[in-house]
Every structure is written in C-alpha cells, then in structure tokens.
Design a protein around this ligand. Structure first.
Ligand code: RAT
Ligand code: ZN
Length: 430
C-alpha cells in the first residue's frame, strides 16, 4: 500500500517555538527553500560512468530542443538547413537568433542567461568564445558537484533505457553507481514501440512474439526483473500519448498488466506515467517536434483502482488535465502527482498548478522536477522553481495564520522537506 502520509513525522507545531508574523513569513520561506537540498525526481542527466551520454556545456545548453523549437520562429533558417549544421554552428545559430538579435525573455532562453550569470560569464556577448573556453576547462566530476551545489539539489534521478544500443552495454559491463544519481528503468521502447522492439528482445534470448501473445508477458517480466537487478532503479517510467487508454486489447495494456506492474510489485517500486504527449506533430523538428494533448484520465482511474498494490507517480502534460489529476489523487493514495512537465514548466502555469495542488492535496505531492537534459540546466530550473514557489507557499501560510494557526520556521522546513524530498523517498520505498 502507498506510504504518502507523514504520520511518523515528529510534531513540529510546537507551541514553544517562535511564531512567525506576516512580515517574517516571506523571508523565512525563501531562506528555507534556499537551504533545502531537493531531490530532482526526473531528469535526463547521466552519472559519470555512463560517459558520453551525459550532456553539458554551452553548445548543448543552446541546442536544447526547447530552444530549437523557438529558433524557427525567430530565424529564416529551415529545419533541414539547421540539422545539417555542426554542433557548434547550431549553437551559434540559436545564440544569434534568440540572444543577440532578440531579447531572450522566454523561459528556456532566460535559463541560459541564468546559467552564464551563475558562472560569471558574459550574458550578452556577440560570440560564445569565453563561455566555450570556460566549460571546456571543467573537470567533469568536480563540475557536477559544483552544479548540484548551485542548483540546491542532492540527487538527480536519471532516465535509463535498457533497449538503448548506446546505454545498455554500459550497464551490462557494470557501470559504477554514483550516490548523486539514481537510476530509473524507462519503458518507452517496450510499451510504445513494441512492433519495432520485440525483435531486439527476441534476439537477446527472450521468447517474445510480435503480437505479444503466448509467453511474451512472462518473458518481458523476466527481462524487467533482470534489468531491475542490474540497475536497481528507484522506479520504472513511461511517457504516454494523449490517446492512452487502459484497459484495452492492445499490446501496451497487456504488457502493463502482465509484465510491468507485477515486476514493480516484485521490486517494491512505483511506475511513473507521464501522460499527454502528441508524438511528432511536426517531424521536421525531430526532438522538438512533439506536442501535447488532453488525455482521458479514466485510464489512470482504472490503474489505481485495479492495482491497489502498485504505486503510480504521475505527471500530465495538458493544463486541462491538472484538476482531474488532483481529484484522482484525493481518491487514491497509491497515486502521487509530480512536477509541472515540459510545456507546463513556465512560471504562470507552475503557479496555477501548484496553488491548486496545495489547496486540494495539502503537502502530499511532489511540486516539481527539472527534466534537465543538460547538466547546468538544473541551476536555472531549480532557481526558477524556488522563485515561483516562495510567494505561493508564503501565501498559504499567511492564510493559515489569518485563520488562527500560527506558523513556525520548523513547520515551514518540515513542509519543504516533505514536498521536495520525503514524499518521493517514501513513495519509492527508499
Ligand atoms: O521535456 C522533455 O525534455 C521531453 O522531451 C521529454 O523528454 C519528456 O520529459 C520525457 O521524459 O519523455
Ligand atoms: Zn523527461
């Protein structure tokens, strides 16, 4: 059963502790947010032993697919021309269009400015020479430590794909674990691309079939069990289209019910569902070509109800699905809403979603993850989360104090710790 309650916490509403007045509340919330070390519960970062998979530095920051999508709105370059450029030419094209010729006011563009500023690098240079020289001179492990420190995070949860031809062999050779990075077993290839992937499983000695009949589910479960033993993931994860349904008579439903969920129960880990992607709305944009759509969350209702011994970490991509997600979380304590994902990770929308979650769920959710793909992004993404969250939390405490319950610094600290660490650790059974 889920463990997303905090009933073993010490009582901190201690009457002897100093109560914060209205004026103090804002600065105490900001101080406690700044001091807390968060767990970043979903990223695309990689531990050092996974080598080249880990991306960092100015060229990678600029060619982030969120910025690639913006490039084509502010430049005449076509996707075909852009994708034929070298990595450094692509980065410069984006720098020129979005940072030199235009004000970088979008969330993703401002993020690069914040990172440059954090390292005292010029934020309005005509070229990238100084920034490139700085990032090229960093020693990777020390740089990771410094970046995590600047971001105020203790750990980043990775996204690890056992069917990725580049990544899988590194795990098979025994990639060295790193306490700053937690593995996650990602299932997109198995659950979303079965027709392309079953042969790969088959060639590895798993007796699976195209229609996923016969022994296929048992064999996929065996594959997952072996990878759980190898990777020791904190959860399994899959991104899902806005058209996701469950149950239905498709391969995905069968593999979910007969392989993935039993394996999650066996290893005592949750399944993360990220629902609402419209894959490749504009394929010319490649990674930047996905969109978002409203999903029918009855699928989630069925999963939570039918599998009470499974736990579901859930993020939904459509703004229109957020209210329903809160309602489902009130019905099912094996459901943990997390993050304001991708197109939602903008201050105005984060504010709306987080206020709604606090109002409907108290502190029993995980407000944010970074989804960082490039190491230094955690600096700006977590800076922005703290900046957006501070007034929201402060306002909740002001209302509470006005309604007759004084707030202490210890209570603020406990809540922040619960939101950004405990809820995740408990839910994952860590
Ligand atoms: O936000 C993103 O970077 C997306 O491209 C996806 O990677 C998404 O976060 C996912 O994990 O599928
Ligand atoms: Zn992601």
């Amino acid at each position: 059963m889920a463990t997303n309650t905090a009933d073993s916490e010490p009582a901190v509403a201690d009457r002897a502790l100093p109560k914060l007045d209205h004026g103090q509340l804002g600065s105490v919330v900001e101080e406690e947010l700044a001091a807390a070390r968060f767990i970043d519960v979903h990223t695309h970062l990689f531990m050092p032993s996974l080598g080249k998979l880990g991306l960092w530095g100015i060229d990678e920051l600029l060619t982030y697919h969120y910025l690639e999508a913006e490039l084509f709105r502010s430049s005449r370059i076509t996707p075909g021309q852009y994708f034929s450029l070298s990595a450094s030419e692509k980065a410069y094209a984006i720098w020129k269009a979005l940072f030199v010729e235009n004000a970088p006011v979008s969330e993703a563009a401002r993020g690069v400015v914040r990172v440059l500023h954090a390292f005292d690098l010029p934020t309005a240079a005509d070229d990238l020479r100084e920034a490139r020289a700085f990032f090229n001179s960093q020693e990777p492990r020390a740089h990771i430590r410094r970046v995590f420190e600047l971001a105020g995070i203790s750990e980043a949860v990775m996204t690890n794909d056992p069917l990725d031809p580049e990544e899988a062999p590194l795990w098979e050779r025994g990639a060295e674990p790193d306490p700053q990075f937690r593995p996650v077993l990602r299932l997109d290839r198995i659950l979303n691309k079965w027709v392309d992937q079953w042969l790969s499983l088959n060639s590895q000695g798993y007796a699976v079939f195209r229609e996923a009949r016969g022994n296929s589910s048992a064999e996929v479960r065996r594959f997952l069990s072996e990878w759980c033993a190898r990777m020791k993931p904190v959860y399994m994860a899959v991104s899902l289209p806005d058209t996701f349904t469950f149950p239905d008579d498709g391969v995905r439903s069968r593999l979910l019910a007969e392989a993935v969920l039993p394996a999650c129960r066996e290893f005592g880990i949750p399944l993360s569902l990220m629902i609402g992607v419209r894959y490749q709305v504009n394929p010319a944009l490649r990674l930047a070509g996905d969109g978002a759509g409203r999903a029918d969350l009855r699928a989630l209702e069925h999963l939570c109800l039918t599998f009470p011994d499974n736990r579901f970490l859930v993020s939904v991509l459509s703004r229109e699905n957020q209210h329903e997600l809160c309602i489902y979380a009130r019905k099912f304590n094996n459901l943990m809403p997390f993050g304001c994902w991708w197109f939602l990770n903008n201050p105005s929308i984060v504010e709306e979603i987080t206020r709604e979650r606090l109002e409907m769920l108290g502190t029993s959710f995980i407000p944010q993850h970074s989804d960082a793909r490039i190491l230094e992004q955690v600096i700006y993404k977590w800076h922005n989360t703290r900046r957006t969250l501070a007034p929201i939390l402060t306002n909740s405490y002001r209302l509470l104090a006005e309604d007759g319950r004084p707030v202490t610094r210890a209570a603020v600290r406990r809540d922040i710790n619960r939101l950004f660490r405990d809820n995740f650790e408990r839910f994952c059974g860590m």
